[in-house]
Design a protein around this ligand. Structure first.
Ligand SMILES: Nc1ncnc2c1ncn2[C@@H]1O[C@H](COP(=O)(O)OP(=O)(O)OP(=O)(O)O)[C@@H](O)[C@H]1O
Ligand SMILES: [Mg+2]
Length: 318
């Protein structure tokens, strides 16, 4: 049967992993995977509803949302079922058959689910995990989920999805920077990623202009970090290009810690290096499509930490 393949990769042991959209006809196989996966866990009280899953239940859940089904060399290996209510997606029944665990299949499924949801009108993803399984809870935390509620031993974990903005021209990307200027304040750390020429500096130009800072924002070729002083009594803009830096230690040598509190700090190529500057930050990821003739950029804004929790509402109000 021709299937809608969402992602494909080769596992460490050479077998082929395919993630496909679950179809109603898969309900029996999916139910078997769920019962197999949840049945292998140590028992907890009350038992998880997944242990009472049925093919009818799977079909109903798929009709109200979607499912990602993992096949290893065409054998059912794992599943995730997603429900969507207003702007919140619920992740359910995250299951990998015991014989297919520790191969990264759950991570691959969750990555595909988050990609599928980004760009839809979904703002937030939630799931329930059991406190009896701290290793499961920390696995979700490593995937960016935080605890938002707890009833008995059932924890609700949630993660905000990035805000996605389309910028057809360089001017549009600058405009995103100008709009961001209305949201930022002293102490904020922005980490910009995206390939060479994505538009990180272009966005920073709009940010600097609307912040009212002095000096042209340009690509720092020899200077790795440039301070643009505010001319309007607001925060300075510290613009850093970490492209040539090999390590977080080299970034430390720039002594950004001294200026962070009084400035807005934007680090290009900062992903993986500059997170130490602040636990709370705005991650800006700029991507192009595959067509080289098309200059459109997709700008993904990901809030990290309580400081940025209201980003989406604030963005939509400006
Ligand atoms: N929609 C768009 N958004 C942003 N830049 C665009 C767009 N369309 C065309 N451009 C052009 O793409 C280039 C982006 O360059 P820019 O220096 O901002 O990228 P960068 O991400 O900072 O690259 P680097 O990694 O080299 O620092 C500019 O020449 C800009 O005019
Ligand atoms: Mg640049």
């Amino acid at each position: 049967m021709q299937r809608d393949v969402l992602a494909e990769s080769v596992l460490g042991d050479g077998r082929r992993l395919q993630l496909v959209t679950a179809e109603p006809g898969d309900a029996d196989a999916i139910c078997a995977v769920i019962l197999d996966a949840f049945g292998a866990r140590p028992q907890v009280d009350p038992p998880p509803p997944a242990l009472a899953e049925t093919p009818e239940g799977v079909r109903a859940a798929l009709a109200g949302g979607f499912g990602v089904f993992a096949l290893v060399d065409d054998q059912p290996a794992g599943v995730v079922i997603v429900s969507i209510a207003n702007d919140v997606a619920g992740v359910h029944r995250v299951s990998v058959r015991p014989s297919f665990q520790r191969l990264g299949i759950a991570s691959a499924m969750v990555t595909v689910v988050l990609e599928e949801l980004t760009g839809q009108a979904v703002h937030r993803v939630e799931l329930v995990a059991r406190a009896e399984f701290p290793q499961v809870v920390s696995w979700w935390q490593r995937h960016g989920f935080v605890e938002v509620a707890r009833v008995g031993t059932s924890l609700t974990l949630a993660r905000e999805l990035p805000l996605c903005i389309t910028a057809a021209t360089a001017e549009d990307t600058q405009q995103v920077g100008r709009r961001l200027a209305q949201l930022v304040r002293a102490g904020d750390v922005l980490i910009a990623s995206g390939e060479l020429g994505a538009g990180k500096t272009t966005l920073t130009q709009g940010l600097g202009e609307a912040l009212g800072v002095s000096g042209a924002v340009i690509s720092p070729t020899f200077v790795l970090s440039r301070v643009h002083r505010s001319t309007v009594g607001g925060p300075d803009l510290v613009h850093v290009d970490a492209y040539r830096l090999g390590s977080a230690a080299e970034l430390d040598d720039l002594d950004l810690d001294d200026s962070v509190a009084d400035s807005v700090t934007l680090v290009e190529w900062g992903a993986g290096l500059a997170e130490g500057l602040s636990d709370e930050r705005l991650e800006i990821d700029i991507r192009r499509g595959l067509d080289p003739e098309d200059e459109t950029r997709w700008i993904f804004l990901t809030p990290v930490g309580p400081r940025w929790a209201g980003l989406r509402e604030e963005w939509e109000q400006r």
